[in-house]
Design a protein around this ligand. Structure first.
Ligand SMILES: [Zn+2]
Length: 81
């Protein structure tokens, strides 16, 4: 993670993001990446998983979509219970 100028901030109280699909932590932040424009990435502060880097709303939507897909897979396979 070098060469990136990042500005992170915690979303207070009312989180827009679902818990981390990989470790289940709800300690997630939306990080704004200021490089050649504005991109955003959702990151889990516990396991350092990153969502897609894109426009803010889409970054959050895609992060949430991953959580929902993995939850569905777990329910279907009986894993992760
Ligand atoms: Zn995580």
């Amino acid at each position: 993670m070098s060469g990136f100028l990042m500005r992170g901030f915690m979303l207070g109280g009312d989180m827009e993001t679902l818990p981390c699909p990989f470790c289940g932590s709800d300690d997630t932040v939306v990080i704004e990446i200021l490089i050649g424009g504005e991109d955003n990435v959702v990151r889990c502060m516990l396991c350092n998983a990153n969502g897609p880097i894109t426009e803010r709303k889409q970054a959050i939507d895609l992060w949430n979509a991953v959580t929902e897909v993995l939850d569905a897979v777990k329910a279907e396979t009986g894993l992760g219970g």
